[in-house]
Write a protein that binds this ligand. Sequence first.
Ligand SMILES: [Mg+2]
Length: 382
Amino acid sequence: MDGAAKNVVHGLGDTIEGMVVTTVALPVTSTRNHGIGAVGGDIHNVLVKLETDGLTAWGEASPWAAFTGTAEAAAGALDVHLRPLIVGRRISETAQIMVEADAVLVGHPEAKAALEMALYDLIGKAANLSVSELLGGRVRDELPLSVSIANPDFDADLELAERIVDDGVRLFKIKTGVAGHTFDLMRLETLKKRFPEVEIRIDYNQGLTPIEAMKFVPDIDTFEPGFIEQPVRAQNWEAMKNIRAAIRAPLVADESIFTPADALRAAKEGIADAFSIKIMKSGGIRKCQEIASIAAAAGIAGYGGDMFETGLAHLAGVHLVATAPNISLGCEFYQATYYLETDLLETPFPVSNGKITVPVTPGLGINIDEDKVRHFAIDQQN
Ligand SMILES: [Mg+2]
């Protein structure tokens, strides 16, 4: 069977011969305040490179210590615990490999997302299909891009806002719950007045207590934001339900939902109108598809969320969102274009006129620039 598969479909039965795990430190352009935590200076992400005899594929883990985990844990998970599942296996075993990854390693969703992403990139390149084609085909070819307003220096964010509106971006997400309710209201009012053509959304990243949320969120709601995301801590499900009942804007759950089981419970309990669906939270595209399906069955929308990613992890998210009908609220894959000083892709992440064009070339669609990986590498395991 192996030989036949090899002859019929180029490379699909081929063996994975090598796995390289590289941690990179990537400088960013500004500080971002996001509810429970801030990010600045540089971000540490972990890249996985898989090689067969003739094909190379890439995945990325983009952990955030305050949210999903750490780069150190992701690198260790990949190098020590997941490597034995990979080297010597056929790339057509991807689904089984990911079942085994869940069996040998609890948690570590970013490491699993990176591994699955690289495997899908490899299958796509072997089968001459883009990842969205592997997933069954696209329901959309362009994704509306949201950019986050999260700089503690609001004047700097206003300059960014001018630039991105000129670029065609029509979705902003203001990160709130960090520097006080007055600051949040001022930014919302200013941006609404200055950019009436833009839909403005709000994300608290768990920044409020339930008591604060019942006071502050209805004020925010009077400005008719596109949605309000995760005002309270992940586990404050009762508060999410109460807030949802008190406002008109759709309420989005992000940190409350990591797994398909979380999504099922959230759908049953009615804590949100939409879920932020993120490969890094859930451990890969397939788990996100399960979450999107649960949401779809419950009449809940999805939003293409992300972490502090390069264009590589963005691409995996793009293929997911392109193929999931109910992930209909756009996406926030903006870091490669508007936050990193240098992205790692060979050609720019495909944003134009405020939209991402889904790549149609095999695999994830754009390769990593290995010179840039070498330049930003701080650790590597072969
Ligand atoms: Mg969020």
